[in-house]
Design a protein around this ligand. Structure first.
Ligand SMILES: Nc1nc2c(ncn2[C@@H]2O[C@H](COP(=O)(O)OP(=O)(O)OP(=O)(O)O)[C@@H](O)[C@H]2O)c(=O)[nH]1
Ligand SMILES: [Mg+2]
Length: 458
């Protein structure tokens, strides 16, 4: 049975210059013809593919809703691979909703989340990794994230995965031949060649997995925790970085309790900044929860801004914190530069053997230098090189990890002289795991879950 024809508003909710209703399915053109009247009197059911028509949209009673442009793309040459009509009208909420209502009354069903892209996937226009890239493009927070997602949409990840799958299939052919005709050299591969292939597959998978950390930072932003003892100016630093009064600042130690999060785009990188409770021993139950949260936040952060107060000499708490941050990616932010105490900076430097910067969070001095240090740490070559194929999605990373484990198990088995047919399960598992990335071996449930993350209309 043919899939029902679906429709949804494809532009963001709210008022805009233009609003688009997208219709996809077998009857897209017939449905569109019921709501769209061409200015030239063209019969809409007979228009050629990839043409644009000017006219007006009407409701069931013939009342004009708006002027509009209709674009037609016949299957399979459309986003979904089905017949697609897009009607663009003026982007007022009333006209775009009126248009959608007419389209639904004319026989279309309302599209679910991501249903257009899901159909594109089911019709083979995109594989699963490419379809997921569409949502990443929509959600991208900076140019790097966008470019990683566009590369994924163009199929760079998929083609790398598919070429590994091809090599695994060669290995599979060898195993099958060895199992069925152990005396003959049917597959054309020697066991040394197979071992070589498995080693090269393993290193390709490892190289891909090595990009996962970078990919996460590019996609989600650098998770940045501001930590320090109470009253040193952590919330003031958060506000200075964001350029707005986001967090409450008072001279009472222990002001911040919950974690406060916001994004900062430095141009080079995106920081997901968390302001946290000042870390100290406390008898206050609520503050204690905040302190525990702060410590947890700093443990999982990609970057820690360790704030200290230059108007005072370091305390035991500063020393304890500095110790906790040894070996972590941290910058010591020496705050209250305007009230700097003689010798304080030297004393802090003795505690903390890493990058540091003097700032005045309340006055704004030094904030630019802090941002340049962060850009230097995360924005430079480290992230720039070979962005063409980055793992930005946990689902992909997990599948590739499974494949890596299976391939390395197969290699160990070969090295131990275990018969070829015993490798079958491992190679099969690796093939299936990689198939999950591109969507060749995923359950309907996984597919539904992925597309439910999309917005309606995409
Ligand atoms: N002189 C001076 N005072 C500052 C500066 N930055 C912050 N302060 C003051 O320091 C006090 C504490 O600032 P907050 O930003 O609330 O400090 P905090 O580290 O978030 O404190 P808790 O949330 O209690 O842990 C406030 O009175 C701020 O106005 C600065 O650069 N210079
Ligand atoms: Mg605070």
């Amino acid at each position: 049975m043919a899939e029902k024809t679906i429709a949804a508003i494809a532009t963001p909710a709210g008022t805009g210059g233009i609003g688009i209703v997208r219709i996809s399915g077998e009857n897209a053109l017939e449905i569109a013809a019921k709501v769209f009247v061409s200015k030239k009197g063209t019969d809409i059911t007979k228009v050629k593919t990839h043409t644009v028509h000017y006219g007006k949209v009407v409701d069931g009673s013939g009342k004009v809703i708006d002027e509009a442009l209709l674009t037609y793309m016949r299957a399979p040459h459309s986003y979904t691979g089905e017949n697609v009509v897009e009607i663009s009208c003026h982007g007022s909420i009333t006209s775009i909703r009126g248009l959608l209502k007419s389209v639904l009354e004319a026989g279309a069903a309302l599209a679910g989340r991501g249903e257009f892209t899901k159909r594109a996937f089911l019709n083979g226009k995109l594989d699963l990794a490419q379809a997921e890239a569409v949502i990443d493009i929509i959600n991208s927070k900076n140019e790097r994230a966008l470019s990683a997602a566009v590369n994924q949409l163009e199929g760079k990840l998929s083609s790398r995965i598919n070429s590994v799958r091809d090599e695994l299939s060669d290995v599979m052919a060898y195993i099958e031949a060895e199992t069925d005709f152990p005396e003959d050299d049917v597959s054309g591969l020697s066991s040394d060649e197979v071992r070589g292939k498995l080693k090269s597959i393993l290193s390709t998978l490892e190289a891909l997995l090595a990009t996962a950390g970078k990919g996460k930072i590019i996609k989600d932003g650098i998770s940045t925790a501001i930590v320090g003892r109470p009253n040193v100016g952590k919330s003031s630093l958060m506000n200075a970085l964001l350029g707005e009064d986001r967090a409450i600042v008072t001279d009472i130690p222990g002001t911040t309790r919950d974690i406060i999060e916001d994004y900062l785009n430095t141009g080079d990188v995106v920081l997901k900044i968390s302001d946290t409770a000042g870390i100290r021993e406390t008898g206050d139950a609520v503050e204690k929860i905040g302190v525990d949260l702060a410590i947890k936040q700093s443990e999982k952060a990609d970057l820690i801004l360790f704030v200290a107060d230059l108007s005072q000499m370091p305390s035991d708490e500063d020393a304890r914190l500095a110790k906790m941050l040894v070996g972590r990616p941290a910058i010591m932010v020496l705050n209250k530069l305007d009230k700097e105490l003689n010798l304080a900076a030297d004393a802090y430097q003795k505690l903390f053997d890493g990058r540091s910067v003097k700032v005045s969070a309340s006055g704004g001095n030094g904030i630019d230098t802090l941002i340049s240090i962060i850009n230097e740490m995360f924005g430079g070559g480290g992230i720039e090189d070979d962005n063409s194929c980055l793992l930005t999605d946990l689902r992909h990373t997990e599948s590739i990890m499974t494949a890596r484990v299976a391939v390395s198990r197969a290699l160990t088995s070969m090295d131990n002289g275990i018969p070829a047919d015993m490798l079958f399960v491992d190679i099969f598992e690796a093939l299936a795991a990689l198939g999950e990335v591109v969507g060749m071996s995923v359950s309907e449930e996984v597919v539904d879950k992925i597309f439910s993350k999309f917005c309606v209309g995409k």
